[in-house]
Design a protein around this ligand. Structure first.
Ligand SMILES: [Zn+2]
Length: 812
């Protein structure tokens, strides 16, 4: 499969700006800058001494030269593809220019997706960078003894795995939250069993009472900070790594032993008073604040030389991983109960504390990942700034089991670098950048200064900053990132093509600076048909969905706003279909009907996928009524950071059954429930395995048969589908007749209401049967389904005045 760094909403744009801005097809693209193409590796361009790469730039628009630029035959000038400027070819540039022209990634499919050129410069040994990874584990000590034991075993297993990695942490710390925030003496020199154990008892282990740390007396706070500073070396355990980045088995044992002793010395929550889980004191945010103070101090004492910033030679990548069983109930960042007399004041204070803390962490590239388990709400919307703004993730699991710790591991391994800065160049005067959605933050003052210095001293001539006004920093660097760029047209485009270019610099974990330049050529067309044929329905769907999710999250998922957004999306599909369809069927009703109802519009094949995507979007947890705010926020948080493929998977469920001949794709419609004995539905963050109840036994208890089916799908997914996928989905068994089955049923298209003819159209495989036989077969298939208020895809189209003709339901 072709690796696509840029998925444009349409590979062609209309010549006429008025058409472009009113046709309802969003203009823009989703950029996945960090994808790598293993089959056709990207050409590596030689880095020439400069810290920020050494391409040739246009003096006018500062875009990089690419294979689309034209070099005059006499090699005296070259014409910039983006702005048309004739640049002088400097002697030093001539050979590089030639290289940039001929060297390009051939992996893209020009015919169908437009033309894209990808180049990458990789720094050599003279410009190396050291990325130091610090891992801070933040654990909940209010768990019951059995859960805490699962947490202890799981954490040690996780640590054992990541320590062995090449990119494992070189510094480790551990803190906990309960009624107090505690930072443990992991880094303490080993002095016999007793001394180490005693280092975690209260009094010695720096139990900062929150009143002392924040908001308390000035003197107490000073004391807390002084204690922290004096003991800094004891809190951070240095992991001795070998030259190649690994750790010896002895070192691994030493680290694990210390962590294990500390974990064993923590006494689980005393449930003598029978405090219910949601009332237990958890100072989650206060504990994060304590850790952030320690991290800040490390910047001064543990690192020297130039660090941070674009082109710096030392970079820190710090992850704080929070594993907890409930929301923050104590200390700063906790929200009181709604009947509290000062609720509004206290809520505002808590939220602004969280915002400030998030800002502090974001500035220092500290990523906060929060993992929740158990049945207590995490109050995810409240914690959202801490994870989303820092580039972290929020995940919830049923229990402290295998899935959670596998997620911890894949979360740790998802990074491929740090300190990324991204910039966009657009063909002069053709487009405006309206909105950028993704894991981004503003460019820091430090990086702006650096870009100006580099731009002025650069070999490419011309002064000014390397970065344009469109530049952003990324909160984290991961393969699956998708940054969505929304554009609007400024004027008609005179030529046959227009260009846009994405530049990204980042420090990769292997110790190089990388500068990747992705240039995309977009053809210009005057023909509406050509334009609509070039539309990428998934890219359009994902772009619309990301915008919609930003809106509904801001409105706190209010029913009114969600309904409005859903209606707007449906209207938009109608408008797009209508704009590009010459055949609009007039309504046969009277004058009144003609005035008040829209004429039915035939949905063309190229737009059917888009319509079905939007239909599924309305049925995801973000848009439905019966999901918890935590679930909605987690879903939206993942969706906004992912590339097209992952987003499509989260919206459009994919079903498959494992038959004797291997996997067979099924339509994501309820008819699949009756067609197969068992199948799997992949919804991105969750996978559901459906097993028909064994009617001979008549039992809904999970037995050996069900367990072995689940294991079979589990194995298949881990072997073939989940490699490199982050986050790995949680697997659920849904047996016919059990409560779990409703999760699966709520995502399948209810087709019960449709006629057998319509069903045969929708489900490939049934269409080939002889009509009489087919109808009888379908009637028996759907006879057991419950009636539902939810419209089927056909009905939804009818409500939107669209007719999908005999289009089959797509199988993505
Ligand atoms: Zn230019």
């Amino acid at each position: 499969m072709t690796v696509r760094h840029v998925r444009a909403c349409a590979s062609k744009v209309p010549r006429d700006a008025a058409v472009g801005n009113t046709c309802k097809v969003p203009l823009g693209a989703i950029v996945s800058p960090f994808l790598s193409n293993k089959k056709t590796p990207m050409p590596m361009m030689p880095w020439q001494g400069k810290r920020l790469g050494s391409g040739v730039r246009c003096v006018r628009c500062r875009a990089m030269a690419s294979r689309y630029c034209h070099v005059a035959e006499d090699r005296v000038t070259w014409r910039c593809a983006l702005c048309g400027q004739q640049n002088k070819v400097k002697e030093a540039d001539a050979s590089r220019l030639l290289l940039m022209q001929t060297n390009h990634d051939n992996g893209d499919d020009e015919e169908n997706h437009g033309s894209v050129s990808v180049m990458e410069w990789v720094s050599d040994a003279s410009v190396s960078v050291k990325v130091r990874r610090t891992l801070v584990l933040l654990i909940d000590v209010t768990l019951d003894a059995d859960h805490f034991e699962m947490l202890r075993v799981g954490l040690l297993d996780f640590l054992g795995k990541v320590l062995g990695n090449k990119d494992g942490p070189s510094r480790l710390a551990m803190a906990s939250f309960g009624s107090v925030a505690t930072l443990y003496h992991l880094g303490e020199e080993e002095g016999g069993e007793e001394a180490t154990t005693s280092s975690v008892v209260e009094g010695d282990a720096f139990p900062v009472s929150l009143q002392g740390c924040i908001g308390g007396e000035e003197g107490q706070r000073g004391l807390a900070v002084a204690t922290l500073e004096a003991n800094l070396q004891r809190y951070f355990l240095e992991v001795n790594r070998t030259e190649g980045g690994g750790v010896s088995s002895g070192e691994r044992e030493r680290v694990l032993r210390r962590v294990e002793r500390t974990l064993r010395a923590i006494s689980p929550f005393s449930s003598r008073r029978n405090t219910p889980n949601h009332e237990r004191p958890r100072c989650l945010v206060g504990s994060l604040s304590l850790v952030s103070k320690a991290i800040k101090m490390c910047e001064w004492s543990l690192d020297d030389g130039q660090q941070g910033g674009l082109g710096g030679s030392n970079q820190n990548l710090t992850s704080i991983m929070v594993v907890g069983g409930g929301n923050c109930t104590k200390g700063p960042g906790s929200i009181p109960s709604e009947d509290h007399p000062k609720f509004i004041h206290l809520e505002r204070e808590a939220l602004s504390f969280i915002e400030e803390l998030a800002e502090f962490l974001t500035e220092r590239s500290v990523v906060v990942d929060i993992f929740g388990a158990g049945h207590v709400s995490l109050d995810v919307p409240c914690l959202y700034p801490l994870t989303q703004n820092t580039g972290g993730c929020l995940m919830m699991y049923e229990t402290f089991g295998k899935d959670l710790f596998a997620a911890l591991e894949s979360a740790y391994n998802r990074f491929i670098g740090t300190s990324a800065v991204m910039d966009f160049h657009l063909s002069a005067d053709h487009f405006n950048v309206d909105q950028i959605v993704g894991p981004i933050k503003p460019v820091s003052a430090k990086n702006r200064r650096r870009a100006i210095a580099e731009g002025n001293g650069g070999s490419s001539g011309g002064g000014g900053s390397l970065l344009s006004d469109n530049a952003v920093e990324l909160t984290s660097v991961e393969y699956d990132h998708g940054i969505t760029l929304s554009l609007s047209m400024r004027a008609d485009i005179p030529g046959d093509s227009t260009f846009f270019q994405v530049e990204v610099w980042y420090a990769s974990l292997d110790g190089c600076w990388r500068h990747r330049v992705i240039t995309s050529r977009i053809s210009v067309t005057s023909s509406g048909r050509e334009f609509i044929l070039s539309v990428d329905p998934l890219a359009v769907g994902v772009t619309l969905a990301k915008k919609a999710m930003v809106d509904i999250r801001k409105a706190k998922y209010s029913r009114k706003v969600v309904d409005g957004v859903k209606k707007d999306l449906a209207d938009r599909i109608y408008d797009i279909a209508r704009n590009f369809s010459p055949k609009v069927r007039g309504d046969s009703g009277g004058i009144v009907a003609r005035f008040f109802s829209k004429p039915t519009c035939l949905l063309k094949e190229e737009l059917a996928i888009l319509a079905e995507f939007v239909y599924h979007l309305g049925r995801t947890v973000a848009f439905t009524e019966n999901a918890h705010r935590d679930e909605k926020t987690c879903f939206v948080a993942h969706f906004l950071r992912c590339g097209v493929e992952s987003c499509a998977r989260m919206v459009w469920p994919r079903c498959l059954t494992l038959g004797p001949q291997g996997p067979v794709a099924l339509p994501a419609a309820d008819i699949a429930l009756q067609m197969e004995q068992h199948f799997l539905m992949d919804c991105g963050l969750d996978c559901f395995v459906w097993v028909k109840s064994n009617s001979a036994v008549g039992s809904t208890a999970v037995g050996d048969r069900e367990r072995s089916i689940l294991a079979k799908y589990n194995e298949y997914m881990w072997h073939f589908m989940l490699r490199g996928r982050f986050p790995a989905p949680e697997m659920h068994l849904c047996m016919e007749g059990t409560g779990n089955a409703r999760y699966l049923q709520s995502r399948l298209i209810p087709t019960r209401q449709d006629t057998p003819e319509e069903q045969a159209d929708q489900v490939r495989g049934l269409g080939s049967l002889e009509p009489g036989l087919r109808n009888a077969h379908i009637t028996s298939l759907v006879s057991s389904f419950h009636c539902t208020d939810e419209p089927s895809f056909r009905e939804w189209c009818r409500q939107t005045s669209l007719s999908c003709g005999s289009q089959a339901l797509g199988i993505l």
